[in-house]
Design a protein around this ligand. Structure first.
Ligand code: DC
Length: 223
């Protein structure tokens, strides 16, 4: 039997990764966080002092980048960049913005496409990102577009960063979220938008448990 794919797309901070991880566990699927791929390219670009918006400069770096995605013993997705584990280094606000920039570069998207499709060919996956239902896996069995208001997403992200000990203030987080929304939705290639057959899921008014219940119901009904 062919593996089953579930695509979860939506803007930054909508709760995609937390919810996708919980749902994958509940349904016995592999959770694939595709944002981590763009973040890894963003980190490499920053380290090499190349402007993250410079299409030619970033494209020229790609042949030197070897990214592998693996899962540790507790099932956590880890990212290796040229053999170095960068899983924790790609979570800073600076790398978030760099990821958003490099993700608008067509060469970067093409570079990462195979890795994503390959995972879906081999495993039952719940894959989260921005263009999974529209570009990466247009044949996905279930597509969900997960969203929440920008203010609510900023509140969640702010709390998350503080818990990780990353110093920041709410206004900066909100500005970053709005900036990334603009970047991700307005780019020419694979812009953030719901697939025509996606189920819309707004979690602004829902806490984590209620969002998880909603998502699980959507999936169960369509499986
Ligand atoms: O989901 P995230 O915040 O880790 O993603 C980081 C950036 O990568 C985000 O600004 C948009 C981009 N991205 C993308 O363009 N396509 C994806 N499938 C996943 C992420």
């Amino acid at each position: 039997m062919d593996p089953v794919s579930i695509a979860i797309d939506g803007p930054s901070g909508a709760g995609k990764s937390t919810l996708a991880r919980m749902t994958a566990k509940a349904f016995g699927f592999l959770y694939v966080d595709t944002g981590a791929l763009y973040r890894t390219v963003g980190l490499y670009t920053l380290r090499h002092g190349v402007d993250t918006r410079d299409r030619e400069g970033v494209a020229a770096l790609l042949p030197d980048i070897k990214i592998s995605m693996r899962y540790d013993d507790s099932g956590v997705q880890r990212m290796d960049l040229n053999g170095e584990d960068v899983t924790d280094l790609i979570r800073t606000p600076e790398v978030s913005m760099a990821a958003s920039d490099v993700s608008a570069i067509p060469e970067v998207r093409a570079f990462l496409l195979d890795t994503q499709r390959d995972m879906a060919r081999r495993y039952n996956v719940i894959m989260d990102g921005r263009d999974i239902g529209t570009v990466v896996l247009p044949e996905a069995k279930i597509k969900i577009f997960l969203t929440a208001s920008a203010a609510e997403r900023a509140r969640r992200r702010y709390r998350e960063l503080r818990e990780k000990g990353i110093e920041t203030d709410f206004e900066t987080v909100l500005r970053d979220i709005e900036q990334r929304d603009r970047n991700d939705s307005s780019r020419d290639i694979a812009p953030l938008r719901p697939a025509p057959d996606a189920v819309m899921c707004d979690t602004t008014e829902h806490d984590l448990d209620a969002s998880f219940a909603l998502l699980s119901r959507i999936i169960r009904e369509r499986m």
